[in-house]
Design a protein around this ligand. Structure first.
Ligand SMILES: Nc1cc(-c2ccc3ccn(Cc4ccc(CN5CCCC5)cc4)c3c2)n[nH]1
Length: 250
């Protein structure tokens, strides 16, 4: 997978050099190119913003630097054999970024992120590219950030861990929260590891029983409890038949 990120804060994307994404890059599973939007400005101050038409607070990011940057990124990608690009535009007004969308994006060969600052990018930039390639305007949550770079880190990590071979055998996304099927879209329950007692706190006996059926049932019940407490909205969505099947197996 090829990732391009165009931003006025390239240093904000340094975390893409470490941990899971960093390792995937080192193994060649991910090909990341971070570009400074100001490289496509031509004035002394490297201007990327201007006042909003119609008035209102803040500034809007100008068309030309983005258009020149995206044309250049697309040309460079195509030249090096990348295909089927999609634009990922972080925005508070986008569709919710979900595990389902992460799975969908992980199956695409080339993602181009356009994290903006100020009050966003002149709408004509998105309209221009939406005419040629798929555009995903995504929100990572119902809160307002100062720009899109944090969203790029979130989306990239959620997508990269789904790429084949990126998560080692010791980790798996099979039982992820929100992953359909596995725990029928419930939140994970509590996890424990050695020592068996820590500051007089023990482990739920069932986890030491070696009885896999009982352990699976306990984990399911804990997931249900936690989901009911923190995300009752997920309870309606989950597929109760998945439990019946699991109960029969236990
Ligand atoms: N999930 C999530 C994503 C973001 C996000 C993503 C990209 C950008 C780029 C700039 N901003 C700051 C920003 C933009 C728009 C408004 C809303 N204003 C109301 C009136 C005009 C606009 C406020 C603040 C971002 C924020 N925040 N939260």
């Amino acid at each position: 997978m090829r990732l391009d990120v165009v931003t006025i804060f390239p240093e904000y994307l340094e975390p893409l050099n470490v941990s899971l994404v960093g390792k995937a890059r080192a193994r060649g599973q991910l090909n990341v190119h971070v570009h400074d939007l100001r490289s496509w400005t031509h004035d002394r101050h490297h201007t990327v913003d201007d006042t909003p038409y119609g008035g209102g607070p803040g500034m809007v990011m100008k068309t030309d630097p983005w258009g020149d940057a995206l044309d250049s990124v697309l040309a460079d990608g195509y030249e090096t054999g990348a295909r089927e690009p999609a634009l990922i535009v972080p925005t508070p007004s986008g569709r919710p970024f979900t595990q389902e969308l992460a799975v969908h994006l992980s199956e695409r060969p080339w993602l181009i992120f356009t994290p903006a600052r100020y009050e966003g990018i002149d709408r004509r930039v998105v309209d221009e590219y939406a005419a040629r390639i798929p555009v995903y305007e995504v929100s990572i949550g119902d809160y307002v950030l100062a720009g899109g770079e944090a969203a790029v880190l979130v989306v990239t990590e959620a997508v990269a861990r789904l790429l084949p071979g990126v998560l080692g055998n010791a980790e798996s996304h099979r039982d992820d929260s929100f992953a359909p099927g596995a725990m029928a879209g419930l939140l994970e329950g509590p996890v424990y590891t050695k020592p068996p007692v820590w500051r007089d706190r023990g482990i739920p006996e069932v986890l030491l029983s070696g009885h896999h059926g009982r352990i699976a049932r306990w984990r399911r019940d804990e997931a249900l409890r936690r989901t009911t407490a923190n995300r009752p909205d997920l309870i309606e969505r989950c597929d109760p038949r998945a439990f019946d099947k699991k109960d029969r197996e236990m």
